[in-house]
Design a protein around this ligand. Sequence first.
Ligand code: SAH
Length: 251
Amino acid sequence: MRIDAITLFPEWVASLECYGVVGRGLRERRLTLAAWNPRDYTDHPTRRVDDRPYGGGPGMVMQAEPLARTLSVVRQARGMDDAPVLLMSPQGERFDHAWAQRLADGPGCVLVCGRYEGIDQRFIDYHVDASVSAGDVVLSGGELPAMMMIDAVARLLPGVLGDSRSAIEDSFVHGLLDYPHYTRPEASALGAVPPVLLSGDHARIMRWRRKQALGRTWLHRPDLLAQPGLSVEQQALLDEFVDEYRFDGCG
Ligand code: SAH
């Protein structure tokens, strides 16, 4: 899988190569990452790629032409595959686990990072397949959303995480939040580890974790529970969690 990013700050995006799951994905040859600077594809003597907005108003707008030229070089480098061109935009569809999984299952993508007031609409209309948002907030550029997406996709690629079970048990993968985690020491000034986790009884541990995952989702993201509906077994576990929660008066 290959991800290309078009950005005025290619070194920033490329720095992902040195760290964590993206670094491992590259070393394991599961992922290819390349970052391209539109300033390298303009005829302007000072490599300028932005101009004032027609109609007036504040700020600058990224010009379509250098972006289109950069994209055609990226297309050639990719071997003219049909990977989608995704614009980072606060106006786009919210990026989530389903997006990351779809991208991880495909040939990759070309991520276009805007700056300033944004990008000339003609480039978007002509070249962009979908716009993707990091959330309902405006950032000063598309680089952080692009890096977030690259990280999220890389950790879903087979062989990239140290233990592939980690990705399967994470939040959202099964439509629930993750269960709580504990590690050494067994007892500390902050409290004790739930005894079931020390029992060595794997069936009980699994049941406890499933119950906690359901309970946390009920507490923090009830919207997720509404989606596919719960099985009879899940509903029973959740009822148990809710009873205990109400009895204890805490999570
Ligand atoms: N004027 C635009 C915001 C421009 S911010 C508007 O109000 O819609 C400059 C660039 O940062 C955008 O072109 C986009 O690429 C990026 N960006 C800002 N916030 C973002 C977000 N929440 N998700 C994804 N990209 C974002």
